[in-house]
Design a protein around this ligand. Structure first.
Ligand code: CA
Length: 225
């Protein structure tokens, strides 16, 4: 999942980015409202964390600008403690959820996961298709082979790629679309990296879970192979 973190407190931003990356997000960081308004329109984020008190342009105006340009990405706003009016303004401007500072990262991650599932039309906490169950907490997958349950650990990139595919079962993605959602802006991207990770996932999960459409891309097969 590609995430934009808009927070002008650099120490908090660095700490959050580290923890969010450990939870499987590819994180881009910006530190002022003007830059946020621009990058939020130009990059395909899956979710955005937006602090309201920002230099250059207030967070609430950034959010209004995105929404007026039909950017529908789910936005979680960070508000000052007990500032109930900020929450009301945030929802009115098109915010999807809020969290008051200070907060626990676990709560932030749980809220982000719920926002992403909702935006993709998935209501339940577990992502599961065709007998394959993705565990977001441990970044592993569970499947039944014969009568035995098999748990397979995934690396960070494998997890991000599989989660993205499983959130859109049966949907065809080009390699460049997958790259944009699995890596952040600054990553060094090898041209065949998606192919490499798809092949690693197939080795772990079986060949039929992820299908190739020649010259077009990849899709997650929601049927049990
Ligand atoms: Ca701030």
């Amino acid at each position: 999942m590609r995430l934009l973190l808009v927070e002008d407190d650099k120490a908090l931003s660095a700490e959050l980015a580290l923890q969010l990356e450990q939870h499987g997000f590819a994180v881009d960081r910006v530190f002022d409202g003007a830059e946020a308004a621009f990058i939020g329109e130009s990059e395909p984020y899956d979710v955005i964390i937006l602090d309201l008190g920002l230099p250059e342009m207030p967070g609430i105006d950034v959010l209004k600008q995105w929404r007026s340009k039909q950017i529908a990405t789910p936005v979680l706003i960070l508000t000052a403690r007990d500032a109930w009016h900020e929450k009301v303004d945030g929802f009115r401007a098109g915010g999807d959820d809020y969290l008051s500072k200070p907060f626990h990262v676990e709560e932030l991650v749980a809220r982000l996961d719920a926002l992403i599932r909702r935006s993709k039309g998935v209501a339940v906490a577990q992502i599961e298709h065709g007998g394959l169950k993705l565990d977001e907490a441990t970044q592993s997958v569970e499947q039944y082979i014969g009568s035995g349950k098999v748990v397979t650990e995934l690396t960070g990139v494998e997890f991000r790629l599989l989660r993205y595919l499983m959130l859109h079962p049966g949907h065809l993605f080009s390699e460049s679309q997958l790259l944009e959602h699995v890596y952040n802006y600054d990553s060094e991207k090898e041209s065949n990296v998606i192919e490499v990770y798809i092949s690693k996932l197939r080795k772990k999960l079986g060949k039929e879970r992820i299908l190739t459409k020649r010259g077009q891309g990849y899709l997650f097969n929601p049927e049990k192979p």
